[in-house]
Write a protein that binds this ligand. Structure first.
Ligand code: GLU
Length: 318
């Protein structure tokens, strides 16, 4: 190997993994909470924070601020402040996706060298107009227009990952078996967007591997993203974490609580009540009289994934 190639290998961040071992040398269950800083923490995202926290031994934070146009000013500070008020404890500083662009680029280049990505010249409107029927999820699979090359006179807009007509499945600890035929249900998906921003699927996979995450606990709205993430892990030679998708909290209208429908921020004056509600939502009831940190510690000690309701959505209640 010449020295330039050696340097490249040495710089390959995909091969550098944070390692987490207990003093006795045993591997620890590493979980993470990965909020996008698009607004303050609301009940739905607090549930994701609590579920990930109590179901692992080492909890990592990742601020998913890669989609810069969607970032809200001060949202990261506000999220971290809320987690502190709720007495979450984390040892390592958060990982910011905005500081990880070189790693995403490297993974992307690896996939490109392997012939797994291609440039696409289609606009959103063209894809929406295409005659491909809508799938159950309501998403239209990309029809593969640019798979064999971009049409004459067109220039590349985005870059897509090739998928196959093959079921990609996994055993979800809460939702059970879940599989998707990526070609039929999703199609070749975007890794690098037309605005030059790396797609969520690529960034998450690279970062979960880099942070040494062994257990991904998150909302069931991301269940349908998981086969794409597994597909990428296989293509990049990364190991597959265990997945668990808890129900997402819905409001009175039955819609997922989100920053878009202006879900109320967690009440900083009543963090104990907020944590208790989140645990109750996950079907765990700590004893009365505990501070938020005490409730979280109790739930860590008594956590049973099998008790979490096996549904994809659940009303947030009063
Ligand atoms: N950043 C995503 C969100 O806030 C979560 C991503 C993940 O957990 O994989 O919805």
């Amino acid at each position: 190997m010449d020295s330039a190639a050696a340097k490249l290998v040495a710089r390959n961040t995909l091969t550098i993994r944070m390692s987490h071992t207990a003093p006795d040398g045993k591997n620890v269950v590493v979980g993470r909470f990965a909020p996008s800083p698009t607004g303050p923490l609301h009940f739905g995202s607090l549930v994701a924070a609590v579920a990930s926290y109590v179901s692992c031994e080492k909890w990592l934070l990742r601020i998913e601020d890669i989609d810069t146009p969607r970032n809200a000013p001060d949202a990261t500070d506000s999220i971290l402040r809320t987690l502190e008020r709720c007495e979450f404890v984390w040892q390592e500083p958060p990982l910011y996706q905005s500081a990880r662009l070189d790693a995403y680029r490297e993974a992307f280049e690896q996939l490109k060298r392997d012939g797994l990505v291609y440039p696409c010249g289609c606009t959103r409107a063209e894809i929406a107009d295409s005659a491909v029927s809508q799938t159950n999820s309501g998403e239209r699979p990309y029809p593969g227009t640019c798979r064999g090359g971009i049409r004459a006179g067109r220039s590349p807009r985005s870059w897509r990952m090739r998928v196959e007509a093959e079921d990609i499945g996994f055993e979800d600890l809460i939702q059970g078996r879940y599989a998707q035929n990526l070609a039929g249900e999703v199609g070749d998906f975007v890794l690098l967007r037309a605005d030059g921003i790396f797609g969520y699927q690529l960034a998450v996979v690279v970062d979960d591997a880099f942070q040494g995450v062994t257990h991904v606990m998150r909302g069931a709205d991301l269940l349908s993203s998981t086969p794409r993430q597994i597909w990428l892990q296989r293509a990049l030679g990364l190991s597959e974490p265990v997945y668990a998708h808890h129900p997402v909290a819905t409001g009175r209208d039955g819609e997922k609580l989100s920053k878009q429908n202006l879900a109320e921020p967690v009440d900083l004056m009543q963090p104990g009540e907020a944590v208790r509600r989140a645990l109750r939502f996950l079907n765990h009831e700590p004893p009365e009289g505990l501070a938020p940190g005490g409730q979280l510690a109790w739930a860590k000690a008594h956590w049973d994934t099998g008790r979490v309701p096996k549904v994809r959505t659940l009303s947030a209640g009063a």
